[in-house]
Design a binder for this molecule. Structure first.
Ligand code: MTE
Ligand code: MO
Length: 324
């Protein structure tokens, strides 16, 4: 969406915005827009977001805190409102606020995930089967979108590695692919061909087995809101946000590297790996900095989104400008 000048805002919009952002945030945002002069508010359109925060859902029981969380003293948590109104979920529309306005109609129960390809335990699993025996953990992770914004989010989930082990991949399995729901009756966005649906994302199996890679079913201790990918989504915190597929319905174990939806749509912009890399620019913009939603100043983007100590060894010897 285009960036608006503060002077272009209609007063009715200003009132809506004030209600939406709260007085303090509004004053900050308005001051930011004025300071930006030309109207460029650090590359994102805080002033035009008008989403509806998710209703509070069911509390999840027995959630443990994970030591793999980032330090909330250094990375302040984004609010429930930020996390549930500023979304990318193109099946529900391409604007940041559309998923919060249209995802309410998504039916998340019953939910089935098909598992197939190179594994011994192929089958259709209900969400309950998938969660059976898992301990849920709250993990505060950053999410860094390729569009240069980021958030710090208390996800609730469990390691993807646990599920992979239960599915017993064969010795041929080198990659894993996630497919997400493609249902025109529930998802207004899939009627337009912005992407080749269903949304598909893949990982190398060792990336998928890394302890930082999780399947997420909750947010702030509650059931995951629909706009954030209910009932089950992936989070791979050292990669750009589009790797973190929402509302997963199929998992495939593969011998060969799959073609991801974004890679298929624009191969020069989106590669298979999509590791957060401030040294490799997106062809249309620099990737060296980002704006944390709720902050005005840009911050420097960290290699691997700040998770380098834990994941850099997965890529030793690889040219990450080539394998972007
Ligand atoms: N199925 C599906 N998953 C998706 C997307 C999407 O459009 N469809 N968008 C991705 C992008 S680009 C980002 S940045 C994150 C955003 O997650 P959030 O809205 O929960 O912050 O979801 C990812 N997962
Ligand atoms: Mo994104």
């Amino acid at each position: 969406m285009l960036i608006k000048r503060a002077s272009d805002l209609r007063s009715s919009e200003i009132t809506d915005k004030k209600v939406y952002l709260g007085r303090r945030e509004f004053i900050k945002a308005a001051a930011g827009a004025a300071a930006a002069g030309a109207g460029v508010l650090a590359g994102t359109d805080v002033l035009s977001a008008a989403g509806k925060p998710a209703p509070h859902g069911q509390k999840l029981e027995n959630v443990q805190k994970s030591p793999l969380s980032v330090d909330p003293a250094k990375d302040k948590l984004n609010s429930w409102e930020d996390i549930t109104t500023y979304n990318n979920y193109y099946e529900f529309g391409v604007d940041k606020d559309s998923p919060s306005l249209t995802a309410g109609r998504l039916k998340t129960s019953p939910w089935t995930v098909a598992v197939d390809g190179e594994c011994a335990k192929k089958g259709n699993y209900s969400l309950e089967d998938i969660l059976k025996g898992e301990t849920l953990e709250e993990r505060v992770y950053r999410l860094r979108c390729v569009e240069r914004w980021s958030m710090v989010i208390p996800w609730v989930g469990f390691p993807l590695a646990n599920l992979i082990k239960r599915m017993e991949p064969t010795s041929k399995a080198q990659f894993i692919e996630f497919q997400t729901l493609n249902d025109p009756s529930q998802m207004p966005g899939v009627q337009s061909p912005v992407l080749n649906w269903p949304y598909r994302e893949g990982l190398r199996l060792d990336e998928a087995m890394h302890p930082l890679t999780i399947l997420v079913v909750g947010l702030y201790g509650e059931v995951l809101p629909k706009q954030d990918g209910a009932p089950i989504r992936l989070i791979v915190p050292w990669k750009y946000g589009f790797k973190s597929a929402k509302s997963i319905v199929r998992i495939r174990f593969l011998e060969k590297q799959p073609l991801n939806t974004w890679q298929e749509s624009a191969p020069s912009e989106y590669g298979f790996y999509s590791n957060v890399n401030p040294e490799r620019d997106h062809p249309r913009w620099s990737q060296a900095s980002e704006r944390r939603i709720g902050e005005f100043f840009m911050r420097r983007t960290l290699m691997f989104n700040g998770y380098g100590d834990q994941v850099a060894s997965l890529y030793s010897g690889m040219d990450l400008k080539k394998h972007y």
